[in-house]
Design a protein around this ligand. Structure first.
Ligand code: CO8
Length: 300
C-alpha cells in the first residue's frame, strides 16, 4: 500500500506527537521513580520493629515487642533509631509515622534491663545519650499512640512533631514509682507543653492520664472515628504531597520556638522565608496559584 502526501503528513504528525508524549511520560515516570525507587527496594529487616510504606511517600514504623508492651530495651531502641534514620534518608519518604500496638505504644524503658545498672556504668557509658534521635530527623514524624505511652514511651512520643492518640491512650511519667525521674526529656518537654503545675503533677505523682485529659492539656489530638494509624497515614500523605523543602523549613522553624528566644526565632523564621524564594518550588507554587492549577513540586 502506498501513502499519499497528506497521509504521510498525518502519519508523521501522529508519530511525532507519540514520541513527544512518550518523552514527557518517561520524564514524569523517571522523576517519580527517582523519588519512589528507594521505597520500592527491599528494606532492612529489624527484629523489634516492622517497617512498611502504607502510602506513597509515607514510612510506617511499628514498635514490635508486644509481650513486653513495647518496653524499650537497647536492641529495640537501636532498631527504632536505625529504622527512623533509614526512612529519613530515603528520598521517596516525605513523612514518617511511629506507632505501637493497640495495647501499648510503649510502656517505657525496659525496667528489667535497667534494674541492676550502677551510676558508674550509666555515667561512663553515657546511658541513653543517643535517645534524642527523632529530634534530629529532617522529615516530619507523627506519633500514633494507642494504649500505654508511659515513661520513656511517652518521651519517645513527645519527640514527634505531631501527636495523634486513640481514645484508649494512657499517658504518664511513672518513673517516680521506680525511684527515678524521666530521663528522656519528659520533664523539659512536658513543662514547655503543658506548663509547670501539670508537668509537676505528672512527674511527682506518676499519675496516668487518659486521652481526653491529654487532649485538653494540648499534648495530643484524639482520633475518635476510625483508627489512629489510618488518620496518621492521611496526615502523613498530605504532608508528603507538599514540596519537601517548604515542609523541612516549616519543621525547623516551629522547632526553633522551643530552643530560641522569641527575637531569635522570629529572625530565623524570616531568613528561612527569604531563602525559600531561591527555590523552584516557590516559583512553581505561586505560579500554580495564579494559573489556577495544581503545583507540581520538584523538591528543588
Ligand atoms: N519494662 C520491662 N517490662 C515491662 C515494662 C517495662 N517498662 N512494662 C511492661 N513490661 C512487661 C511486664 O513485665 C510483663 O512481662 P511478663 O509477662 O514477662 O511479666 C508484660 O510487659 C505485661 O505487663 P503487665 O503484666 O504488667 O501488664 P498490665 O496490663 O498488668 O500492666 C502496665 C500494664 C500498667 C503498663 C504495667 O506493665 C507497668 O506499670 N509497666 C511499667 C510502666 C513504667 O513504669 N514505665 C516507666 C519505665 S522507666 C522509664 O521509662 C525511664 C525512662 C528513662 C529515659 C528514657 C530513655 C530511654
Amino acid at each position: 500500500m502506498r501513502l499519499g502526501a497528506s497521509q504521510w503528513r498525518c502519519f508523521l504528525r501522529s508519530t511525532m506527537s507519540f514520541v513527544a508524549l512518550s518523552r514527557s511520560t518517561f520524564r514524569h515516570i523517571s522523576s517519580n521513580a527517582r523519588f519512589f525507587s528507594t521505597s520500592l527496594r527491599a528494606r532492612r529487616e529489624y527484629a523489634n520493629v516492622l517497617v512498611s510504606r502504607p502510602s506513597p511517600g509515607v514510612a510506617l514504623i511499628t514498635l514490635n515487642r508486644p509481650k513486653a508492651l513495647n518496653a524499650l530495651n537497647a536492641a529495640h531502641f537501636q532498631d527504632i533509631s536505625d529504622a527512623m534514620k533509614e526512612a529519613d534518608e530515603d528520598v521517596g519518604v516525605g513523612a514518617i509515622i511511629l506507632t505501637g500496638s493497640e495495647r501499648a505504644f510503649a510502656a517505657g524503658a525496659d525496667i528489667k534491663e535497667m534494674k541492676d545498672k550502677s551510676f558508674a556504668e550509666a555515667y561512663t557509658t553515657n546511658f541513653l545519650a543517643d535517645w534524642e534521635v527523632i529530634t534530629k530527623l529532617k522529615k516530619p514524624v507523627i506519633a500514633a499512640v494507642s494504649g500505654y505511652a508511659l515513661g520513656g514511651g511517652l518521651e519517645l512520643a513527645l519527640q514527634a512533631d505531631i501527636l495523634l492518640a486513640a481514645p484508649s491512650a494512657q499517658l504518664g511519667q511513672p518513673e517516680v514509682n521506680l525511684g527515678v525521674i524521666p530521663g528522656g526529656g519528659g520533664t523539659q518537654r512536658l513543662a514547655l507543653l503543658i506548663g509547670k503545675s501539670r508537668a509537676m503533677e505528672l512527674v511527682l505523682t506518676g499519675r496516668i492520664i487518659g486521652a481526653d485529659e491529654a487532649e485538653r492539656w494540648g499534648i495530643v489530638r484524639v482520633v475518635r472515628e476510625g483508627s489512629v494509624v489510618d488518620e496518621a497515614v492521611k496526615v502523613a500523605s498530605d504532608i508528603a504531597s507538599k514540596g519537601r523543602i517548604a515542609v523541612g523549613a516549616g519543621k525547623e522553624a516551629v522547632n526553633a520556638a522551643f530552643e530560641m528566644s522569641l527575637a531569635e526565632g522570629l529572625r530565623f523564621e524570616k531568613r528561612l522565608f527569604h531563602a525559600l524564594f531561591s527555590t523552584k518550588d516557590q516559583k512553581e507554587g505561586m505560579a500554580a496559584f495564579v494559573e489556577k492549577r495544581r503545583a507540581e513540586w520538584t523538591h528543588s
